[in-house]
Design a protein around this ligand. Structure first.
Ligand code: PLP
Length: 392
């Protein structure tokens, strides 16, 4: 049976070249980077070279890149760190209703600490209107967080416009770029981004390593207290192989962005066209143009997304219904509800996210199997039967 992985928004396979770069740091170069002898100093250099490489991908200084363990940690640090350092200036924070739970739940936690949150709703196409963000800015607003690209529907937000608004009002601007880094061009200077979260496993790097960009001059509470690593802001012995792997993976992604994106977009568009031609009663979620090249998200009326995922798995296709972090929960995706979809429709969602390892030769197999499974599930649905009777 074919095995086709269509869940690259959940995670990606480690690139072979990245693995090779990482290997020596897993065993041979085992020194602690804080040690002053050669074995330590060499590793310190590998970390600083990686910082430089990552900074060159976002047009920032290497001193503005801080290593973390994942995107969730970066988001938590950015929000909690800014809120707690700046609470004397104000306690109002702004975000959107389609953020990843790593942001939304951190904001809800800050609410319990006494902060006021404004959650601005996106438009029906899954894109935020920057004017609506600006309207919510108050004298006591200290932070705005808007994700760069959404993990479920792939919509890319007008980050440069929001950055300009934040700058105009002297409010700190954080973006969760976990889904965007490596596949969208990001320039933190041009876009006026003050803090930005990334995670290596989303761009063919290793799991368990991420970074937070913190613009020079932005005051933030330290995340961990302990040693002097990351300029004392995030103490802990560094994950050297992970850091080296993340830098290599990001550089490979950014240097080859056009080539990879063209390949992925071609396959994605062919599958989208096939599904739209073959399957009736479907809704395409999110803006058709302003979205990541690898993402399509549909709701198939009268069926349950979970059943769809399990049946596609029997066909060797790995896909997702909602984000990996919320699968297992029976609640429909907050992102799909934010688009105004009713609960029963949001339940029937399918997210396909394509990657470098997919082939155009698999398009027919994917489309045929999605169509077959949807048809089977609808035949078992009493709601679909009623719908057909009422229609005829
Ligand atoms: N933010 C977004 C937009 C994501 O898609 C994810 C993971 O799916 C995260 C944050 C969390 O990243 P990590 O898995 O590295 O903790």
């Amino acid at each position: 049976m074919k095995k086709i992985y269509l869940d690259h928004a959940a995670t990606t396979q480690l690139d072979q070249n990245v693995l090779e770069k990482m290997m020596p740091y897993m065993r041979n170069y085992y020194g602690n980077p804080s040690s002053i002898y050669t074995l330590g100093r060499e590793n310190k250099k590998a970390i600083e070279d990686s910082r430089e490489k990552i900074a060159s991908c976002f047009n920032c200084k290497s001193s503005e890149i801080y290593f973390t363990s994942c995107g969730t940690e970066s988001d938590n640090w950015a929000i909690k760190g800014i809120c707690s350092f700046n609470k004397n200036k104000g306690m109002h924070i702004i975000t959107t209703n389609i953020e990843h739970h790593a942001v939304l739940d951190t904001y809800l936690y800050m609410k319990k600490q006494g902060f006021n949150i404004t959650i601005v709703p996106v438009e029906k196409n899954g894109i935020i209107d920057p004017a609506k963000i600006e309207k919510e800015i108050r004298k006591d607003t200290i932070l705005i967080s808007v994700m760069f690209a959404n993990n479920e529907i792939g919509t890319i937000q007008p980050i440069a416009q929001i950055g300009a608004i934040a700058k105009k009002h002297s409010v700190i601007f954080h973006t969760d770029a976990v889904q965007a880094a490596g596949s969208v061009e990001i320039d933190v200077q041009k876009m006026n981004i003050d803090l930005m979260s990334i995670s290596a496993h989303k761009f063919y790097g290793p799991k368990g390593v991420g970074a937070l960009y913190i613009r020079r001059g932005i005051m933030i509470d330290n995340l961990f207290h302990g040693g002097g690593q990351e300029k004392t802001r995030r103490a802990a012995t560094e994950n050297i192989s992970g850091i080296v792997g993340m830098a290599e993976a990001l550089k490979l992604s950014v240097d080859n962005m056009q080539i990879y994106n063209k390949h992925i977009r071609t396959i994605r568009d062919a599958v989208k066209k096939g599904i739209e031609e073959k399957i009736p009663y479907i809704i395409f979620n999110g803006d058709a143009d302003e979205r990541l090249v690898n993402n399509i998200n549909f709701c198939f009326r009268f069926i349950e997304g979970e059943s769809l995922i399990l049946m596609l798995d029997f066909k060797g296709i790995s896909a997702s219904s909602g984000s990996a972090c919320t699968s297992g929960s029976l609640d429909p995706s907050h992102v799909l509800l934010a688009l105004g979809l009713p609960h029963e429709v949001a339940h029937g969602s399918l997210r396909l996210t394509f990657g470098r390892d997919n082939s155009i030769d698999d398009v027919d197999y994917i489309v045929d199997n999605v169509a077959e499974v949807v048809e089977k599930l609808r035949q078992m649905s009493p709601l679909f039967e009623t719908f057909l009777k009422e229609k005829s």
